[in-house]
Ligand binder design. Structure first.
Ligand code: PLP
Length: 284
């Protein structure tokens, strides 16, 4: 495998950044994960728009020009022979002697990797549905910025894994669901309306979430952006989660209780099927 690190293509096993990189010391950096499907990068424009927003919220400069970054992404995909998989890109504020305020005159660090995924395995997983657990929301109030500061997400995901679940939903003190540790959260009401939390500062503006609005429209489904509770999700027709990795994946149980009849929802699976036709695709 090949990785891109600050202007160089290097063997993945030898790819390193400096010990005083601020991503390493302060989680002072942002990232993106894009899906590669059938040789296309999915929704690259939306991902780079979100990267632009994350960078500007933290006053980090683009490490290289946007079009150059796109070229490097393609090159990393090509060198790793990824037809179906994921591209990971990370920008940190750069390398400087450890001190909290922003260092002056430092160049941001850029790392890009790509890996293959097995689309059949992901599809089988989606068709079987996944389980989620709930955990109290304990993150900061700017999770709309896609930072590499993911410790609460790591701990929540580990708890899910130990419970035999795929995902953990962060739940506010008022009982409403925010999102998963690495996915957005949705339900389908008995009337067939899709419900997902508004994209304010309290959740990450998932790119898959945004594209699913378009997919829903193409299928004639209505989407309502509002908060919902765990109880509402359990009583709903369906629940599902979304991300670049999972697309739309049905949820069959929450904290060990079945969602509806405990079978994967058909609305989520039809959204998943229609996804690739609707999403923006740029050749990898
Ligand atoms: N919410 C969180 C906290 C995430 O980390 C992610 C993706 O990694 C998502 C939602 C889904 O976002 P996307 O659809 O852009 O992958």
């Amino acid at each position: 495998r090949i990785a891109y690190v600050n202007g160089r293509y290097v063997a993945h096993r030898d790819a390193t950044v400096h010990i005083e990189d601020r991503g390493y010391q302060f989680a002072d950096g942002v990232y993106e994960v894009c899906e590669v499907a059938r040789g296309f990068i999915v929704d690259s424009k939306r991902h780079l728009d979100r990267l632009d927003r994350s960078l500007s919220e933290l006053a980090i400069d683009w490490p290289i020009h946007r079009s150059a970054l796109m070229t490097v992404m393609r090159e990393v995909i090509r060198r790793n022979r990824v037809h179906d998989g994921l591209v990971y890109l990370q920008v940190t504020r750069g390398v400087a002697p450890r001190d909290h305020p922003f260092p002056v005159g430092v160049r941001p660090s850029l790392v890009i990797t790509a890996k293959k995924t097995n689309p059949d395995a992901l599809r089988h997983k989606a068709e079987a549905g996944v389980k989620v657990i709930t955990v109290p929301e304990n993150r900061w109030d700017r999770v709309d910025i896609k930072t590499v500061g993911l410790l609460p997400n790591v701990l929540a995901k580990q708890k899910a894994k130990e419970a035999g679940a795929y995902e953990a939903w962060f739940v506010d003190p008022d009982g409403t669901v925010k999102e998963g540790a690495s996915t957005n959260a949705w339900i389908v009401t008995k009337d067939g309306v899709l419900v997902t939390r508004p994209a304010d500062h309290g959740i990450l503006r998932g790119i898959t979430r945004a594209t699913l609005f378009d997919v829903a429209a193409s299928l004639g489904l209505r989407v309502e952006e509002r908060a919902f509770s765990v109880e509402e999700a359990l009583a709903a027709r369906e629940a599902f989660l979304s991300s670049a990795t999972t697309l739309a994946t049905p949820i069959v149980a929450i904290d060990g209780h079945p969602v509806a009849n405990g079978h994967p929802g058909s609305v989520a699976l039809s959204l998943r099927q229609a996804f690739f036709e609707i999403a923006e695709k740029s050749p990898a």
